[in-house]
Design a protein around this ligand. Sequence first.
Ligand SMILES: [Zn+2]
Length: 138
Amino acid sequence: MVVVLSEELASELDRKLKEWFLELADILGWRVDKVLDSYRLAQRSVIIDVRDDGREINGVRLRVPSESRDTYYYVSVGPYGAKCTCEASVIRGEICKHIVAGLITWNMISVIKYGKWLELRGIEWLGNRKKNNNDEKP
Ligand SMILES: [Zn+2]
């Protein structure tokens, strides 16, 4: 798919994408450059499956290259959860850079196809760890 954007639209998208990245970093408690690492991973990923119900994108599956090893991880993200085959995700249950690459890809497809930006505050699993920690306090 080739998408040609006017300069005006491209700069509007650029501005919105920066805001979206800042919000994402804030929710995750990450530095913005870590989110940008995920963005670079997203650009090098292969989309395996897109869940499209005709009105919105309900998630994606993709193959994301490892930053440190000569291997790939498989990521699935959607409204109700996310998983990745890397150690950080499988063993430690972390939201890893690969899952965030999946989230960024999901958002890009949603914006291109339906003009809808993912509402990050509406994705419960993104902020779940903090909430769970609070719940565990006696
Ligand atoms: Zn991962």
